[in-house]
Design a protein around this ligand. Structure first.
Ligand code: MTE
Length: 319
């Protein structure tokens, strides 16, 4: 995500610009054309078609009150402009390569500091609580953002089932690392498996979404199928994809990006326009599909809901 060269012009700018200059003829190009543009034209037409094809609809999804007054990022961009390093480091690589991910059978083991450790099958996870659509902003640490209609329910619903003990202070997410199906795992860009973590109160916060779908359908592989978390007030890398194990632990877990570059990626990684990344500003962001940059909002616009979690903490120190 950040150890590699950053293109001077984001491919999304090209999309936005093309749309701006000639919306009509641009619209005439099929969704596939748009998807190809969003990823810098790197996806072959058949790859783009497969990456953006309709997927299984999720039944019984309710609209929720969680939404933002901004335009949704098109499905084509949500599914072809991705970070999923297990499938490669280019934005188009996950859409191109993640078809090899096997999402059935799938289990999530939950263990550690809890009374009832258990292994949950994905079918049971899908039925554990009512599915809601929640439109969240996703702000990547690389200073681009999207607005995405995720489907899922609060992670707390799942964690409650295993009854965390009083010693549980943090939650560690370990995601699948299978060298057979994930070409990126054969390289050393990160230490595999990808591990992320939250403080227990962050994990139990109602905004933290156990995510099973997007745009009313099951998650595309490149977006972290079959189950991921989405933590909307933190930089996108905290939102671990394709989760295989959750551990309740007493100590702050070591996480993949923090291990790789501790001075650049802190454990908390709350979206904060006042704390710059050592190599670039975090004050503004490029919304995928827009031309002008936007101001980045404190806690990505969720301060009202989450600022109290950090009362008294120096957010420059605990970045
Ligand atoms: N999870 C795993 N397992 N591997 C990854 O490389 N990338 C993270 C996060 N989760 C990543 C991951 C980053 S940097 C971002 S911005 C988001 O996923 C992107 O999610 P999206 O592709 O669905 O928008």
């Amino acid at each position: 995500m950040h150890l590699i060269r950053r293109p001077d012009v984001l491919s999304s700018e090209i999309t936005a610009k093309a749309a701006y200059l000639d919306r009509r003829s641009f619209m005439a190009s099929a969704a596939i054309g748009a998807a190809a543009l969003a990823t810098g034209g790197l996806l072959a037409p058949d790859e783009a078609r497969a990456a953006t094809a309709p997927r299984e609809k999720l039944a019984g999804v309710r609209k929720s009150g969680w939404t933002v007054p901004e335009t949704l990022t098109p499905y084509q961009d949500v599914t072809t402009y991705n970070n999923y390093y297990e499938f490669g480091t280019d934005k188009a690589d996950p859409a191109r390569n993640a078809h090899t991910l096997k999402t059935r059978p799938w289990t999530v083991r939950i263990e550690g500091e809890c009374v009832k450790p258990a292994t949950f099958g994905i079918e049971d996870i899908l039925k554990l609580a009512p599915l809601e659509e929640r439109v969240y902003r996703l702000r990547c640490v690389e200073a681009w953002s999207m607005v995405i209609p995720w489907v899922g329910y609060s992670l707390s619903e799942l964690l409650k089932k295993v009854e965390p003990t009083g010693n549980a202070k943090f939650v560690e997410f370990t995601t699948l690392a299978d060298p057979e199906t994930m070409p990126g795992v054969r390289g050393r860009v990160l230490q595999w498996p990808y591990v992320e973590g939250l403080r227990l109160d962050e994990a139990m916060h109602p905004l933290t979404l156990l995510t099973l779908g997007v745009y009313g359908e099951v998650l595309p592989n490149q977006n972290g199928a079959p189950v991921r978390v989405v933590v909307p007030w933190k930089y996108g890398f905290k939102s671990a994809k394709s989760i295989a194990r959750i551990r309740l632990v007493e100590k702050m877990p070591a996480t993949a990006w923090n291990r790789a570059q501790p001075s650049e990626y802190g454990f908390f990684s709350n979206v904060n326009p006042e704390v710059d990344h050592p190599r670039w500003s975090q004050a503004r962001e490029r919304r995928i599909g827009e031309f002008r940059k936007r101001d980045t909002l404190m806690f990505n616009g969720y301060a009202e809901q989450v600022a109290s979690l950090y009362t008294g903490m120096d957010l420059k120190r605990w970045f």
